[in-house]
Design a protein around this ligand. Structure first.
Ligand code: ATP
Length: 286
């Protein structure tokens, strides 16, 4: 399916890197944006369409009179890692808040598995299968690691499944297992980020939305967290991630979008974005 991808306007690159996990994703759209495909091809390249897991259709959001998102379209297909890049104030966190129903679009729609969620409550959106890892990794500082993880599963009642998922989180993050009785507030920044990701996973989401997972972490922790994000994705969770560290994000993502002052100005495969002059200039330091 890579052969069908139109080249990114400035780079002429059309191929998806072999080092990236092959997504059951649609062709990347060229820049300026082509119309959104109604559905992507199936994972085996056959003609049966794959429906988007998450889709924004011409979304406008405002804070009072100030418009933040302007006719924004995103599509995230099952199995993908999609990165959302953009400079400060571009509207990345607002995108995440819009998905969670914390900010309502004034125009346009947000759908999850084909159903509108922009008119639903945040608990219903979470129940539908979306779990956030918020910016600044807000963990419950007085609860232990284990209790923080249990909080992530508060909508579930399958105790065996919860126990198995907790073991999986401890396998992903052995450091958390060692510290399972320690209270969240005394963990290091990197450990708190692991705990925030682990807690989101305990909800058994189909879509994990992550706001700046690398923020404030030392390079070694950043690498560890991004490795784990890839593992989580391979285990079957789709990921939509806001990230300032464009290189790290694109090195694990299938596709990405670049947001500037509330508008999508660039989109393509991760490889296309890594090779784009604009992304190199604005996000990769040359
Ligand atoms: P950063 O990378 O700096 O976190 P961002 O891309 O996540 O930026 P947003 O937090 O989405 O950006 O903010 C987009 C714009 O909306 C900014 O100009 C911000 O000042 C404004 N904004 C965000 N939240 C509110 C709010 N509650 N009320 C008014 N304006 C807001």
């Amino acid at each position: 399916m890579d052969d069908e991808q139109p080249p990114l306007a400035k780079t002429g690159v059309a191929q998806t890197s072999a080092s990236h996990p092959a997504p059951p994703a649609p062709p990347a759209t060229a820049v300026p944006r082509a119309p959104e495909p109604s559905a992507g091809p199936s994972a085996d390249g056959a003609s049966a369409p794959v429906e988007p897991l998450l889709a924004f259709h011409d979304v406008d959001t405002f804070y009072g009179q100030i418009q933040v998102l302007k006719e924004v379209n995103y599509t995230v297909y099952p199995g993908e890692i999609v990165a959302l890049l953009g400079s400060n104030g571009a509207g990345k966190s607002t995108t995440m808040k819009t998905i969670l129903g914390l900010v309502r679009p004034r125009r346009g729609t947000v759908t999850f598995e084909g159903r509108r969620i922009d008119n639903q409550s945040t608990p219903d959106i979470v129940k539908a299968g979306i779990a956030p890892v918020p910016e600044g990794r807000r963990v419950f500082s007085r609860l232990t690691v284990e209790d923080n993880l249990r909080m992530g599963a508060y909508l579930r009642s399958d105790n065996k499944g919860i126990a198995a998922d907790m073991e999986n989180v401890f396998e992903l993050f052995p450091r958390l297992k060692e510290r399972r009785s320690q209270v969240g507030g005394t963990l290091s920044g990197g450990e708190q980020q692991m705990l925030a990701i682990g807690r989101a996973l305990m909800a058994k989401p189909r879509l994990l939305i992550m706001d700046e997972p690398s923020m404030g972490l030392s390079p070694i922790f950043v690498e560890r967290v991004f490795d784990t994000i890839q593992t989580i994705n391979r285990q079957g969770t789709t990921i939509f991630m806001v990230e300032q560290n464009a290189f790290m994000a694109l090195s694990i993502a299938n596709r990405g979008y670049v947001l500037r002052t509330g508008q999508v100005v660039l989109e393509g495969t991760a490889k296309e974005l890594l090779e784009s002059d604009q992304v190199r200039r604005e996000y990769l330091g040359g």
